[in-house]
Ligand binder design. Structure first.
Ligand code: MLT
Length: 331
């Protein structure tokens, strides 16, 4: 009887002292987005959250901070690396300042369609960028958002050909390859962080900017832009990254769970982008933005590739590296 009482007492102490500790061992992941929650970045992050919270049985919670609440995208990459936040979804062009080799993915006219974008981020190439980003930027890619091509919007004039670009002030991310590309095409690129872009367009500090239809619509750029020109110089890829130090601090089974959640969220995002891009384009038109195709895009691609690529071979790891990626894309 006495032994039973001591045993019961011990069990009671275990329940009171240990169980609350394991309950409070729940980890909340703090993930930032550059774009609003209804963007394709948001779709990737929300799906990731749903899967992680469900499959971890409550051990992990994911809190998402959209629309630059945690700072601009380049800051979020740095903060993920040093661990002051757990991760972020950011445009690849906002990671390349910390991982120069990934600049290959921002070479103008490298990717020509969704197929290329998927090939460039899965299989051997997917593994390659994951390793490069760990080594150079200290972040671990869990999944990619496929945001479609960055199209040009502006408030000044219809842009249908290269000549129309002359003198057009275009906000660009602080990304050397993109700055050089718009210069090569004859525009006036003005590097600026993403959260400042809407106000700069509104106050006409710049005339235009480039981002995919879904981004343009969810950012409400129809309020400050009058024209959209369909161009295909850059397929926007937006990885979901977490700090590599944080990732390595987790048990192997948790790493595997996050990795699986990232892959599933990536597939979900791909379906979303493929099916919703056209609707976003139409939504912009419905809001009064004039839409046009570009007449001489073969000249844009020729100019951009001839003038920009050779300048960046060394920065991105050599011409052979670029050729390897081209080969993997089947060209
Ligand atoms: C940029 O232009 O800086 C980014 O592409 C914006 C975004 O995250 O959508």
């Amino acid at each position: 009887m006495k032994r039973f009482t001591i045993f019961s007492l011990l069990m009671f102490l275990v329940a009171v002292l240990i169980l609350p500790v394991s309950a409070s061992a729940e980890k909340t992941l703090k993930i930032g987005l550059g774009d609003p929650i209804d963007s394709d970045q948001g779709v990737l992050a929300l799906r990731f959250k749903e899967i992680v919270e469900k499959t971890s049985g409550g051990k992990y919670k994911v809190d998402i901070f959209p629309a630059g609440q945690l700072g601009d995208e380049q800051k979020m990459v740095k903060d993920s690396r040093r661990g002051s936040i757990d991760g972020a979804v950011v445009a690849v062009n906002n990671i390349t300042p910390f991982a120069k080799s990934v600049g290959i993915l921002t070479l103008p006219y490298l990717m020509q369609n969704f197929d290329d974008a998927v090939k460039a981020t899965t299989g051997e190439l997917g593994d390659k960028w994951r390793a490069v980003l760990i080594k150079e930027a200290g972040v671990h890619v869990l999944g990619w958002a496929y945001s479609n091509f960055r199209v040009l919007t502006n408030s000044k004039k219809p842009v249908k050909n290269l000549a129309d670009l002359k003198g057009l002030k275009i906000r660009v991310p602080k990304n050397a390859i993109m700055i050089e590309t718009w210069q090569a095409l004859g525009a006036e690129p003005i590097p600026m962080a993403w959260p400042e872009t809407f106000t700069a367009l509104q106050q006409k500090v710049v005339d235009g900017q480039d981002n995919p239809h879904i981004t343009n619509f969810t950012m409400k750029f129809y309020e400050v832009q009058d024209y959209t020109s369909e161009v295909h110089y850059l397929f926007s890829l937006q990885p979901l990254v977490v700090g590599e130090e944080f990732f390595q601090s987790l048990p192997a089974e948790d790493q595997a769970m996050l990795t699986r959640a990232g892959i599933e969220a990536q597939q979900f995002n791909l379906l979303f982008s493929v099916t919703k891009s056209e609707a976003a384009k139409q939504n912009m038109i419905d809001k009064g933005v004039e839409y046009m195709e570009v007449e001489d895009e073969d000249q844009w691609s020729k100019l951009a590739m001839e003038k920009v690529w050779p300048k960046f071979y060394d920065t991105v790891g050599g011409k052979a590296e670029v050729d390897n990626v081209l080969k993997a894309l089947g060209r």
